[in-house]
Design a binder for this molecule. Structure first.
Ligand SMILES: C[S@@+](CC[C@H](N)C(=O)[O-])C[C@H]1O[C@@H](n2cnc3c(N)ncnc32)[C@H](O)[C@@H]1O
Length: 216
């Protein structure tokens, strides 16, 4: 059976050299996140940035909702792929990282496409319950993913996409001896979505693993 490559740092650099070039502000965010220490692991990987870019371009998506912005790498990656009249609603409860993200958005001249909601995601989702999106990216607190998934399905256009990050959870989902609450909740979600007939789905092994669901 064919297997996916283990992406080493060298391969990651190679992908960056020969694949889609990052915008200078994307690079700046990555460097800034490196300076934050361990918390840098929150950001998506470069392959994920490139994948989000491509999917927005090929699907001609204009309306995006993101749950979990951190310092803005995923948001900016999507904003750069959107047309001038595209828009992203970016939700995060952390005031400090949201402020920093907003500085990066301005620097990249993408801030006119991005509306930030700085509050708990469940509260924010209530506020935008009458809106409709073509793509919803879920990358926040894992224990609430099932709730976000159900709300996202309501906010999504038919044939719209939900992309969920961290579905392989550093590979822990297949380690039977690992039984903590977060790993179990991700396993439960993966099991639930695999049987959910409202969507068709694929899991791609980029970053920490992403499920892409297309609403039927
Ligand atoms: C994994 S990080 C997001 C990374 C981001 N997508 C990127 O590419 O850099 C998760 C984010 O979710 C936010 N978060 C966690 N729980 C939340 C909640 N209940 N409501 C809103 N945001 C939340 C955190 O503040 C954090 O910034």
């Amino acid at each position: 059976m064919g297997a996916d490559l283990n992406i080493t740092k060298l391969l990651q650099d190679y992908i960056l050299k020969y694949g889609l070039k990052l915008h200078p502000v994307q690079k700046e965010i990555i460097n800034y996140n490196l300076s934050l220490g361990d918390i840098k692991r929150m950001q998506i990987s470069i392959s994920q940035c490139q994948f989000l870019h491509l999917i927005i371009k090929v699907s001609k998506i204009k309306r995006v909702l993101e749950i979990g912005t951190f310092t803005g790498l995923s948001t900016l990656s999507m904003a750069l792929a959107l047309p001038e009249d595209g828009e992203i609603t970016a939700v995060d409860k952390d005031k400090n990282t949201s402020k920093k993200a907003n500085e990066f958005f301005k620097k990249a001249k993408q801030d006119s496409k991005i509306s930030m909601i700085v509050k708990s995601a469940l509260e924010a989702l209530m506020e935008i319950r009458d809106k409709k999106y073509e793509l919803i990216f879920i990358d926040a607190d894992k224990m609430n993913y099932k709730k976000y998934y159900e709300i996202a399905l309501k906010l999504l256009d038919k044939e719209g996409l939900i992309i969920i990050d961290n579905v392989l959870w550093h590979g822990d989902v297949v380690e039977n001896n690992i039984k903590d609450k977060i790993t179990d909740s991700i396993r439960n979600l993966n099991n639930f979505i695999s049987k959910d007939e409202r969507v068709e789905k694929v899991i791609v092994p980029f970053g920490d693993g992403m499920t892409i669901c297309r609403k039927l």
